[in-house]
Design a protein around this ligand. Structure first.
Ligand code: CA
Ligand code: CA
Length: 448
């Protein structure tokens, strides 16, 4: 039988345990609160970019559609519903669009599946006729395709674009409903010349151009070029892309045929940030099974003073190049995990490319290099771009990637930059555990 003092000590112990639990709960709450000023009190769809979380937190910050009234909170699960919810590209009324399940962009307003043949119908385009018309053996390699079949191809491509390209207006949040495998397959979200957009918890898959264009003047052997990025930012400002997954699946590049000896590439970028886009935070996404993953700046003459992008806590796995290809802007790349093992035929050429005077700060990232891989090939550049590095690891070992690249290349990367990142919420000053940590905290489907 317990003595009164023993009972008292049990009570005391229970009280201590209870208050420890309360403190732990409060501590967790505080941590969540610190991550997002509104988390805990606010549902996923209404959350805004936390303070100081990368370039998109600059100035007015990024709130997307958080201010939407109840008439402008939509839940959509078909292409037609998505189009209706987006409304006019110039309507800047705050809106939240919750995507439930996977929306197939290649469907008509009645939900019927559309094929490439449906888009080509009535245009006169056929791949066989196109290949015959522009065969380098007869058409040569000096000029772009023109004439009947090229006109027909462009018309068919325009028909597909009308169906699969979704223009996102200002002050919009697009968010996947947790637990529904939310995403868009076959589509292209286009954020053009608008401010304040949030894209979260969505899987973007199988963005495919039915009508690639042959360009015999692209490189020494010509190239097939496609038109659609899964998400494309042009002249867009204050954009937060968070916890999304980007993949070519299920049609991987290894299944692409070759015509005129060149890969018939049906994919373009995963997330391209071009034409003077600015103040973008790309966070906790997964980029996988893709070739040209992220372009920052569309050419070496894209806008000076813009293209400021923060890229942190993302996983890049099974990508060939452009992770990212950075031009001109002040770009902060931190706490990312790059797995450069060849995956499903996607064999990495390089990860980060700094060119056209890009001012890249790359710190506390981790690279996995397979056996036989070369550290000197992890970066790329044109001799004018900078990459300032701190705390990066290759296979768990502190490594100066720029020194390795510069030792092997004549067009050296510069090692100093003209800025110091200040909007760095969540920056961890070690890359040691990123592979494990990011495996369970990135991409679509982990937010609730
Ligand atoms: Ca392209
Ligand atoms: Ca693109």
């Amino acid at each position: 039988m317990a003595s009164p003092s023993h009972r008292r000590s049990l009570r005391t112990r229970r009280t201590v345990l209870a208050s420890t639990a309360a403190v732990a709960a409060a501590g967790l709450g505080a941590a969540v609160f610190a991550m997002n000023a509104n988390a805990g009190a606010v549902d996923l769809a209404h959350q805004v970019l936390p303070a100081k979380d990368g370039w998109a937190a600059s100035g007015t910050g990024t709130t997307g559609g958080a201010q939407a009234d109840s008439a402008h909170v939509f839940t959509v699960s078909t292409r037609a519903q998505l189009v209706a919810a987006l409304g006019s590209a110039t309507n800047s009324t705050a809106k939240i669009i919750r995507i439930k399940g996977t929306i197939d962009a290649n469907t008509n307003d009645a939900g019927k599946k559309l094929t490439c043949a449906d888009y080509a119908a009535g245009t006169g385009y056929s791949l066989a006729a196109y290949l015959k018309a522009y065969d380098p053996a007869t058409y040569g390699r000096s000029k772009l395709p023109s004439g009947t079949q090229e006109k027909a191809r462009a018309a068919a491509q325009a028909a597909q674009a009308k169906n699969i390209a979704f223009k996102v207006p200002a002050n919009t949040t697009l968010v996947g409903v947790p637990g529904t495998n939310a995403g868009i397959t076959g589509g292209s979200l286009q954020v053009k010349s608008v401010d304040n957009v949030i894209v979260r918890n969505l899987t973007f898959s199988a963005t495919e151009d039915c009508f690639p264009q042959w360009d015999p003047t692209d490189g020494s052997t010509g190239n097939w070029n496609s038109a659609y990025d899964s998400v494309t930012l042009r002249g867009a400002t204050h954009v937060w892309a968070d916890h999304n997954t980007f993949t070519d699946a299920p049609h991987l590049d290894s299944a692409n045929p070759k015509y005129y000896g060149r890969e018939y590439q049906i994919h373009d970028g995963a997330l391209d940030i071009t034409n003077g886009s600015d103040l973008v935070t790309v966070e906790r996404n997964q980029f996988t099974n893709h070739d040209k993953t992220m372009l920052i700046g569309s050419s070496d003459t894209d806008s000076v003073g813009k293209l400021r992008v923060s890229i942190h806590h993302n996983v890049w796995k099974g990508i060939v190049q452009r992770a990212p290809l950075a031009r001109i802007g002040q770009i902060h790349i931190y706490n990312n995990y790059f797995d450069t093992t060849t995956l499903n035929g996607y064999a990495p050429l390089y990860t980060v490319n700094s060119r056209a005077k890009a001012q890249v700060v790359a710190e506390y990232n981790a690279w996995k290099l397979p056996s036989g891989g070369k550290t000197a090939k992890l970066l790329s550049g044109d001799g004018t771009g900078s990459v300032a590095t701190t705390g990066n690891l290759v296979n768990g070992t502190a490594t100066d990637l720029v020194a390795a690249y510069n030792a092997a290349n004549s067009k050296k990367l510069k090692t100093t930059v003209n800025w110091k990142p200040a909007l760095t919420a969540g920056l961890q000053t070690t890359a040691q555990n990123l592979a494990t940590e990011l495996a369970g905290t990135t991409g679509a489907g982990v937010l609730s």
